[in-house]
Design a protein around this ligand. Structure first.
Ligand SMILES: NC(=O)C1=CN([C@@H]2O[C@H](COP(=O)(O)OP(=O)(O)OC[C@H]3O[C@@H](n4cnc5c(N)ncnc54)[C@H](OP(=O)(O)O)[C@@H]3O)[C@@H](O)[C@H]2O)C=CC1
Ligand SMILES: O=C(CO)COP(=O)(O)O
Ligand SMILES: [Zn+2]
Length: 359
């Protein structure tokens, strides 16, 4: 091959170069929370621990972890109430002296820990208290903005410690929400492939294969996933970690976030706090699956089987708010091209929302 050919090849390879980061230790199982001090020692994380947790998750797991770490570390706790640039700045100031950080709680708390540890260049351990979202192990963090939402680059947790006893005791709705977040990978992939065909956006076949396989495992086992069993908590948590790994392979949230997520981010603005992230993504995914011409009824049936909502009423919102969210989804991250960016009319959006109620 001549000099020019090698140059072209090199440019292609450089263009494809990625720095993929994954968690180093992943512990999922019964009472693994007790292993946290060993994990910290094994990873040489230092002795000043900063715990970021939530109002409820403080007593669910935060206090116990503080107690465990107190024997070997200087421990400080911070309760994060909402995810916002102000809260992130406040937490970052408070964590400045820490050697390492633990995010103990739901997706909001883990995303705050992810950003703070990234900004301060410290390692962090992700300790999910529920299987409600696939940000547990991902290298991305979602932050609400005036424009809707942004997906920020961060680093993945150095370790994930998911105690199936704690996760199984969480309200059933949280588990169903995590399953819905995973099931929505189907349409996220369709949107990514669409953007590839329409816009030449690069795709990763490995990330797509992993993301799809994760959704398939949840759908295949939907009938067996039941609340308050450690077996189900274990299965869903593995899927959530694996979906996060797909995002790390992709270097973006693309394999797990498409139009259905833009719908969810739009809803967070239009009707904040009514339903969970994964629940909203599940309903959005039925709509975008329909728009892609796919098996939307099959997707809806899987969501029903795991007990996730499939209608606006199930999300606790008005049909009109769902219509608005579908129409305004294109204003959220306009650079992320999806089926909802192709000119959906109000009339069609209204018809699709009505259709969600059919038996
Ligand atoms: N970065 C990424 O890749 C991803 C990020 N996300 C983000 O994650 C967030 C959604 O996460 P989600 O967990 O649904 O929402 P939240 O973090 O808001 O948690 C929902 C509620 O569940 C409570 N909770 C958590 N664990 C338990 C438990 N064991 N028992 C009782 N209550 C519990 C929380 O308590 P408390 O009040 O203590 O917090 C909170 O009130 C969104 O902000 C979303 O954007 C979602 C997917 C991927
Ligand atoms: O929620 C995600 C994947 O499930 C990622 O979220 P974003 O939509 O913020 O990229
Ligand atoms: Zn999601």
């Amino acid at each position: 091959m001549g000099g020019e050919g090698i140059k072209v090849l090199r440019e292609k390879v450089f263009d494809k170069s990625r720095w993929m980061q994954f968690p180093r230790d992943v512990l999922i199982g019964h009472e693994v929370i007790d292993e946290i001090p060993s994990v910290c020692r094994d990873l040489h994380l230092g002795t000043r621990a900063f715990l970021i947790t939530g109002e409820h998750t403080m007593s669910i797991a935060g206090e116990r972890i503080a107690e465990l770490l107190n024997e070997t570390c200087d421990v400080r706790c911070h309760i994060a109430t909402a995810i916002s640039p102000d809260e992130i700045a406040r937490t970052e100031n408070a964590a400045e002296d820490a050697d390492f950080i633990l995010g103990i709680g739901g997706g909001r708390v883990i995303d705050i820990a992810k950003i703070v540890s990234y900004n301060l260049d410290r390692q962090f351990i992700s300790v999910p208290t529920a299987a409600a979202h696939d940000g547990v192990a991902s290298a991305r963090a979602t932050v609400p903005t005036a424009g809707g939402s942004t997906s920020m680059e961060a680093h993945p947790p150095i370790a994930v410690v998911a105690d199936t006893g704690i996760i199984a005791a969480a309200p059933r709705r949280l588990l169903a929400s995590g399953c819905a977040d995973i099931i929505s990978n189907y349409t996220a992939i369709l949107d990514w492939e669409l953007a590839h065909r329409m816009r030449g956006e690069p795709i990763s076949e490995y990330a797509i294969a992993l993301s799809r396989m994760t959704a398939e495992i949840i759908v295949k086992n939907a009938g067996d996933i039941s609340a308050h069993t450690e077996e189900s908590a274990w299965m869903v948590m593995k899927a959530l970690v694996s979906s996060g790994v797909a995002m790390s392979i992709a270097g973006s949230s693309r394999p797990a976030s498409g139009g259905e997520h833009k719908f969810s981010h739009a809803l967070d603005r239009i009707a904040p706090g009514r339903s969970l992230h994964g629940e909203q993504c599940g309903v959005g995914s039925i709509v975008t699956m329909y728009l892609h011409g796919g098996d939307w009824r099959g997707l809806r049936d899987s969501l029903r089987r795991i007990g996730a909502p499939t209608t606006p009423a199930g999300l606790g919102i008005e049909d009109e708010q769902a219509v608005e969210a579908l129409l305004s989804a294109r204003t959220i991250r306009p650079e992320r091209f999806t089926i909802l960016d192709m000119g959906l009319s109000r009339q069609s959006a209204e018809k699709i929302i009505r259709m969600l109620y059919e038996e």
